[in-house]
Design a protein around this ligand. Structure first.
Ligand code: EPU
Length: 419
């Protein structure tokens, strides 16, 4: 198992270009299955989750090639509708293929997806929504067989009890080639949903209302290929801002999605950082000690503060002046990184969905293990601002979401080595 050796204490400084979004790329790769023709996805990050999606596409009979930031997918000859258990287990986003395979083939066989352990992550909402669209579903010891008797799903009016990102994406993927109109009420409004819809429209789909709570999809018979550029990764962006703030550094983040990163810009302003955004660039600078955030940081569905940036922001606030309070409202178990941060000298108290961070003067290096993707990135942020050396194990979690992580950190002057 690989690990990072991080020697903390250097102020990060320089400029970097933000990678394409993981959480856009994965559903868009699944969506390419619906297109009868070649799709060229530009700015697709090379990550282990993207390699997993590519393996799924190839095993379904598509041709998927990944090279220098592009994914080229030709789904003209899709021939299979079953995803083997081992591939399903590699990541949570394997579930996105359910809606897409159904939309293309009318039948699919899948099993429970893997992914970060953040508490229970059921797929009940996905299944209930697809049933409403005329999909027959049977579960035989964890093997889920979905079949549309007529071969083509029907449009439906679906009201979600919670704006689940994955469920919204799966409904869209099944609905774009369904018969008639589908309306999703209380849909997720995350920017990655809009990115998926922009891609699908470029392939000929008819979708309105993405980015709002009510999405309307008019099913079309076929989709065609297209060339599309994936949006920048706002969570990776938040991670590099957090790293720079935590080390008292200075950075220009290029290829930033400023509007989508607004929640982070305002939070880092409150910590006393100089932060300016214009022309797809964000500049951040912090010399003296950060200030704690006065208001409770509540993770919420978009446009609220994203749960995916909770851990990295927490790491930036460990040495802030004063007390910051987090409230995690999306996942039941998303403070698993805090034990490692405490081992490094942080003063953090977790009580259910609340975490209280009392600023300390310094952190020290430690032997720690990444618990999940964003938790692992948060540990790296803390390690870069700590005195001494940190051995951070289990970094396969980080490789799932950050492209060339150590190269980027090194280019900013951080001392990090993969071993
Ligand atoms: N939920 C259910 N039943 C369902 C689906 C979801 O109870 O059928 C619950 C979940 O258990 C969770 C909540 O609803 O408590 C939110 O889940 P959601 O479906 O919105 O999340 P997701 O689609 O599984 C995506 C991102 C996550 C991100 C969340 C929330 C991808 C590949 N994953 O997950 O990203 O945290 O939305 O914004 O897009 C990450 O990148 O590190 C990551 C975990």
């Amino acid at each position: 198992m690989q690990k990072f050796i991080i020697m903390g204490g250097n102020r990060l400084s320089g400029e970097i270009t933000l990678q394409g979004s993981k959480n856009s790329s994965l559903p868009i790769m699944a969506a390419a299955l619906l297109a009868e023709g070649e799709c060229v996805l530009k700015s697709c990050p090379l990550l282990t989750d993207v390699y997993s999606a590519s393996r799924i596409l190839n095993c379904l009979g598509c041709r998927c090639r990944l090279s220098s930031g592009n994914a080229i997918i030709d789904a003209s000859d899709v021939s299979a509708f079953e995803i083997p258990k081992e591939l399903m287990r590699e990541m949570r986003s394997s579930i996105m293929f359910m809606g897409a395979i159904l939309g293309r083939m009318g039948e699919c066989i899948i099993s429970i997806p893997g992914g970060c352990e953040l508490g229970p992550r059921p797929i009940d909402m996905h299944l209930a929504a697809l049933k409403k669209m005329g999909v027959d579903i049977s579960d035989n010891g964890g093997i889920i067989h979905c079949r549309i008797p007529s071969g083509r799903a029907n449009g439906a009016k679906i009201s979600l009890s919670f704006p689940s990102v994955g469920t919204t994406e799966n409904i869209i993927l099944c609905a774009v080639t369904a018969e008639g109109e589908t309306i999703i009420n209380n849909a997720a409004r995350e920017p990655e949903i809009c990115d998926l819809c922009r891609f699908l429209r470029a392939c000929g789909a008819e979708i309105k209302g993405d980015g709002e709570s009510r999405i309307i999809i008019n099913g079309v018979k076929k989709l065609h290929g297209c060339e599309y550029t994936i949006m920048p990764d706002r969570i990776a962006g938040a991670t590099y801002l957090a790293m720079t703030a935590a080390t008292g550094g200075e950075m220009i983040l290029k290829n930033a999605c400023i509007a989508e990163m607004e929640p982070f810009i305002s939070v880092f302003e409150q910590t006393g950082c100089g932060i300016y955004a214009a022309d797809n660039k964000i500049y951040i600078r912090k010399g003296a000690r950060l200030r704690a955030i006065k208001d409770r940081i509540r993770t919420m569905p978009h446009p609220g503060f994203p749960t995916d940036a909770q851990a990295v922001l927490m790491s930036a606030l460990i040495k802030a002046d004063g007390t910051s309070v987090f409230e995690e409202n999306i996942f039941d178990c998303r403070y698993r990184h805090t034990d490692a941060l405490i081992k490094m000298g942080a003063d953090i108290q977790v009580m259910g969905k609340i975490a209280v961070i009392r600023g300390v003067k310094k952190l020290h290096g430690a032997d720690i293990e990444a618990t999940d993707l964003r938790g692992g990135a948060a540990m790296a942020v803390a390690a870069l601002s700590a005195e001494g050396t940190t051995h951070l194990g289990n970094i396969s979690h980080i490789d799932r979401g950050y492209e060339k992580f150590e190269n980027i950190v090194s280019s900013l002057g951080g001392r990090i080595q993969r071993e």
